[in-house]
Design a protein around this ligand. Structure first.
Ligand SMILES: Cc1cc2nc3c(=O)[nH]c(=O)nc-3n(C[C@H](O)[C@H](O)[C@H](O)COP(=O)(O)OP(=O)(O)OC[C@H]3O[C@@H](n4cnc5c(N)ncnc54)[C@H](O)[C@@H]3O)c2cc1C
Ligand SMILES: NC(=O)c1ccc[n+]([C@@H]2O[C@H](COP(=O)([O-])OP(=O)(O)OC[C@H]3O[C@@H](n4cnc5c(N)ncnc54)[C@H](OP(=O)(O)O)[C@@H]3O)[C@@H](O)[C@H]2O)c1
Length: 595
């Protein structure tokens, strides 16, 4: 066996079971004129851009991002089926991620439902301007079935560890499936593991000694009867804001909202006005007539969605600190909030923030502020000092006896992956870099999608993605297109590994920090966009508009990457020197002459 054949043969023993065509057969077919004895390993038997084998791509997570990616690979770019083999690992037994697990009362989207949907299958049937969590989950399940997007999902399968193998240019994956440990290999690892996925109990002394009913917004217990109970709701992020009015409306409840700082409740225009409805509703219904029109006239549906997207993109300037748009929107929000609070001076002082609108995530918060006008809803902004077996005690010395503690206290937002991810070797220790370790203090990405020292690793919604402005689904859509571009290039041009250069990461981070000084997210509030800090880097949100992000990731900036090739000559992908269509006798070989 020649050295070339031995190498090829070894490559087929890659654990992927991929069979290659025998060189001489194909070569003889296409180039009968050639003497195969002159072929070197550079001159292969197949047309240019023909992958040596399918790339094995493994995606983590079957939420919006993993499913959207599945659609790209199966339907939008069907030719990818010839280039890659795709698997989705999902630790849960059902799809939906965020919308599977967050089922607390009152959950709904905070961007208009018509733009919180898969771009490839917009839903004409949304019942309300803001859809409920259940409706969103039903839509995810239905759309998945319709497009067969669960074809490649392995449910109940958790990725525990991914370890880069520099020789083969693959990740060795350790997977836990139904309690059994398995090993798999992937040329490319895609993370759709979610950011707001890993909920945690708050670090409040004594919480574990509480003997009443305790739950978390992301793990709501629906078997418990909350009526006639004294309920502490801790936290006033978007989750707490949706939970409070729902608890308040139950029979016989006393609700106490424990919050340290206020949150803006705001919409730029009342949704009812946007939909030309005569009644004032924070969440108007779409009528059967609307749905029928959207179903039967996709152009009208698209126009409605475009109107919503355009308004949101246009509004980005309100996130520029002290801009006229920010000043005006903050003023208008304060006015809206004061109205909802019936201009009660004490409530206005406590519940209307001082910082610029948007610093913490804005929420429409239907019915939230109005709850505080009810006799059964109470508010304290004194921080909790401890929890006892039956009460919550605040720093001002007040004790609140309660039956239920509902923690709406958010998620683990460090961006450290939910599996051990080992990359290239750190020359200073001779051990591999580990992403959780690299990101234990600050998560620094390359344009939110790639991570330092992690070859062939791509993420949805990584650090500094478009997360704080508009629907995340569009940003995921652009990100998925970006990833497909890499996959295509890697498969057809024989790329073994692509790793973002450290200086590109450093400069992206430095640029982000600089531009964030001019944006409201660095204002004087605590928020998960900044890892729950008041000061410090904005780790979650992109430093710029969604429009800029879209443009930035619309092409591969290959100059920002270290690239390694599978063959020793980077042009080996040129194969037998022909494009494949040249072997089609019917092909038009003058298509580029257009005038
Ligand atoms: C309550 C709530 C409401 C929200 N509302 C909005 C909104 O209105 N608008 C908006 O734009 N965004 C909203 N978001 C953000 C929301 O998270 C995203 O819009 C989107 O749903 C995220 O989808 P995803 O697929 O990236 O992640 P997720 O939905 O979090 O899915 C990640 C999946 O990965 C799986 N997974 C994680 N680790 C592993 C592992 N190691 N192995 C295998 N599987 C794993 C998880 O089980 C999960 O199914 C909301 C978030 C929350 C929590
Ligand atoms: N569609 C929607 O409307 C919707 C609904 C829910 C969630 N979401 C998304 O998910 C994100 C997270 O929302 P979230 O509300 O779940 O979490 P969050 O925004 O992180 O809010 C957590 C809340 O808990 C408080 N908290 C945390 N630890 C505490 C402690 N030890 N003691 C007292 N209070 C504590 C925080 O207070 P401090 O701020 O004072 O630290 C904050 O008020 C949102 O920003 C949004 O992106 C969207």
């Amino acid at each position: 066996m020649s050295e070339y054949e031995a190498k090829r043969s070894a490559e087929t023993q890659d654990g992927l079971g991929t069979e290659r065509a025998k060189p001489s057969d194909t070569l003889r077919k296409h180039r009968p004129d050639l003497d195969t004895r002159v072929c070197s390993d550079l001159f292969s038997d197949v047309p240019a851009y023909t992958p040596a084998r399918k790339l094995k791509v493994v995606t983590v997570g079957a939420g919006f991002s993993g499913l959207l990616f599945a659609h790209k690979l199966q339907h939008q770019y069907p030719e990818m089926q010839n280039l890659i083999e795709h698997n989705i690992l999902e630790s849960r037994t059902e799809l939906g991620g965020t919308w599977l697990v967050n089922t607390y009362p009152g959950i709904q989207c905070d961007v208009p439902a018509h733009i919180y949907a898969f771009p490839f299958d917009p839903n004409p049937d949304w019942s309300h301007f803001y859809a409920s969590g259940k409706e969103i989950h039903d839509y995810l399940v239905k759309t998945t079935k319709k497009w067969n997007l669960d074809r490649d999902i392995r449910f109940g399968t958790r990725l525990q560890e991914a370890r880069w193998q520099p020789d083969s240019g693959q990740y060795k994956l350790t997977i836990l499936c139904n309690g059994k440990r398995e090993i798999e290999y992937a040329d490319v690892l895609v993370s759709g593991q979610g950011i707001l996925n890993n909920w945690k109990w708050p670090a409040i002394p004594g919480l574990d000694t509480f003997e009443g009913h305790k739950c978390h917004s992301a793990n709501w217990d629906h078997n418990f009867d909350y009526a006639h109970k004294r309920i502490a709701v801790i936290g006033n992020g978007s989750s707490g804001i949706q939970i409070v009015p729902q608890m308040a409306r139950l029979q016989g409840t006393q609700v106490i909202s424990f919050q340290r700082k206020p949150t803006y409740i705001y919409y730029r225009m009342p949704p009812s006005k946007l939909l030309n409805r005569p009644n004032i509703s924070g969440n108007p219904e779409y009528t059967e007539e609307d749905k029928k029109r959207f179903r039967e006239n996709p152009a009208e549906h698209r126009a409605h969605r475009r109107m919503l997207v355009h308004r949101i993109n246009r509004a980005f300037k309100m996130f520029v600190k002290d801009s006229p748009q920010s000043v005006e929107a903050s003023r208008s929000a304060r006015e809206q909030m004061a109205q909802k609070l019936n201009h009660d001076p004490d409530l206005c002082r406590k519940l209307i923030p001082e910082w610029s609108l948007g610093c913490r995530r804005i929420t429409p918060g239907e019915g939230y502020l109005e709850s505080f006008l009810l006799p059964n809803v109470h508010l304290t902004q004194s921080p909790i000092s401890k929890i006892t077996s039956n009460s919550v005690i605040t720093e001002d010395g007040q004790e609140y006896p309660v039956d239920v503690i509902a923690c709406a206290t958010g998620f683990e937002v460090s961006f450290q992956p939910q599996f051990k991810l080992f990359g290239t070797i750190d020359p200073s220790t001779s051990e591999p870099f580990e992403l959780g370790d690299l990101w234990k203090d600050e998560a620094e990405s390359y344009i939110s999608i790639c991570a330092p020292h992690m070859p062939n690793y791509f993420s949805f919604g990584g650090p500094n993605a478009v997360i704080a402005h508009g629907s995340l689904i569009e940003a995921f859509n652009w990100t998925a297109d970006y990833m497909v571009k890499w996959l295509r290039k890697m498969a057809t041009e024989g790329l073994k590994s692509v790793t973002p250069k450290q200086d590109a990461i450093d400069e992206f981070v430095a640029y982000g920090e600089a531009v964030h000084q001019s944006l409201v997210w660095t204002d004087n509030c605590s928020s998960w966009y900044k890892k729950n800090r008041v000061d410090g880097r904005v780790t979650a949100a992109f430093g710029g508009s969604a429009m800029l992000y879209k443009q930035l990731i619309s092409e591969l900036r290959t100059e920002d990457f270290e690239i390694e090739y599978r063959e020793r000559n980077r042009f080996a992908f040129m194969g037998n020197g022909f494009m494949d269509f040249e072997f089609d006798d019917e092909a038009d070989l003058a298509w580029y002459i257009d005038r």
